[in-house]
Design a protein around this ligand. Sequence first.
Ligand code: AGP
Length: 608
Amino acid sequence: MCGIIGYTGEENVKDVLLDSLDLLEYRGYDSAGIAVEGHEGPHVIKCAGRVSDLRVICESEKFFTEQAEGCGIGHTRWATHGGVSDANAHPHCVGEVTLVHNGIIENFRELAAHYDLGEQLKSETDSEVVAALLNHYYDGNPHDAIKKTVSKLKGTFALVVLFADRPGVIYSTRNVSPVVATVCEEGAMLASDLTALCRFTNRYFVVPEYHILELHRDRVMLFDLEGNEKKPEFLSADWELNSAGKNGYPFYMEKEIMEQPKAIERTIECRVAGGMPDFTREGVPDSLFTDCERVTIVACGTAMHSGLVAQALVKSILHMHIDVEMASEFMYSDPVLDEKTLVIAISQSGETIDTLEAVKYARLRGAKCLSILNVKGSSIARESDYVLFTNAGPEIAVASTKAYTTQLAVLYLIVAKMAHCRDVFTTEETQSFIRELQRTPEAVEKVLAERRDIHLLANNVLDAKDLFMIGRGLDYSILQEGSLKLKEVSYIHSEAYASGELKHGPIALITQNTPVIASVTQEKLMSKEMSNIREVRARGADIVLFIKKSLAGSVNEDYRTFLLPDMQDAFMVMPASAALQLLAYYVSSDKGFDVDKPRNLAKVVTVE
Ligand code: AGP
């Protein structure tokens, strides 16, 4: 999962590349580099570390003080083959070829041996082998060299290439790993995703797999591998220009948490007509929901956690069979799939390879696939029968927040649609469900308005090493996501447990002052949840209680508490989740961590 950028045009190419890498750094951030064309060939600067470290080096480079407009490529890395080092950073130069790559070449060792490339290699990476192979085949014809090279590669790749004797032109080709491109008055650009393009324009196209893109200063040209020119299919991102900036917040995560009320509202309101859920704009037929006999949700991480909430609702309202599968396990678990199975894939990026492969696997077995995605033109969008897009806008922080709550918004709409289509809900009941859903932005807004209280609660867990989150039913689903948030940005070992399960082993881990976060939002489960809370408190646990306001009055003991705004039980997930997102955010930021780029993580996982 790396960030790649290419630019050719009138702007200061170093600045465009470095600023773009800043925006793409969430995709991987252990090393970075740029190559800019100069009179004596590409000038390459690269280093282990962040883009900010690279920028310091570039600022002192005489080459860049003289170099302004031009052509160049850049890369920010999440290490796969080869450790974090200057040598393993991209770009890689071999002979006439300078290259950056996102993906994994599975047969790079065999290729290095077969073509005896070892002498030319200065790194441990698969990417440098590709550069050497391109150079091996290059005899002045870029398309021919690219075609021969990709025919030998096994694996995933987005390649961006400069040929020394082709100044001003950038070449690119891909398989699975994403590349989007555009041309505008500032020049021509390509990148791993839209966040780097939407500073200049929201018009873009997805580079089709196994095609060759040429970026020229004033035009882009697309060819298939047989040399036939193709017309790019331009799309328009519904993102405002510069919406990928921090807008004054210290971290993207805080900005994106705070954007949730509007993002949820945008996602709901464009799909409600006459008080009823309406998917006609996206061409999703009611038959998709009436003809299926079972539902399977496939996703990873936070996206999977939104699926857990949908599972609870589908079972309790529709009394239908529904599975939630970790996409990485899905293909190896012999899932029951047929033409009566509705597969719902959930993914913010639309590029998570585990989820992408699960969608392909399911469709091959006759299942229909509806995807819930946040990025138009993404790989999963292209593999799905139907897509419902969340209107979250660009989500840059590695920790997913507004994508999660807007995924939930779409899932609640789907549940309402299914309940009405299958005559479980009357029209009035459906409209009542939708009205409560339309209250969620306001409920989340109330939580955000009291974020100072959450910040104070965060201080109680700052020094925790291990932490438990306990709840039942939907509270347990809420906490599974809350636990992942805390884990991934604060590095505290947090685990969510169904509180009724504690007695069957995990309670052995509770000792004096063990921090326990409890969620109590489901009235029918409250009595048992409070019993479980008392059990751990009796063993010394230090409790922080997130409880629905109307339930708090019947709690007799004294706990550190955050009162959640009242909604019907089934709708408490979003306000409760927003509170737990803030908790994780404040713990991480108060510990001095780079909240947006947690260690070892990347925003988009495009390796299996
Ligand atoms: C979320 O906080 C995590 N960074 C991660 O679990 C993420 O949700 C997962 O990788 C799935 O990504 P996707 O939604 O882009 O498919």
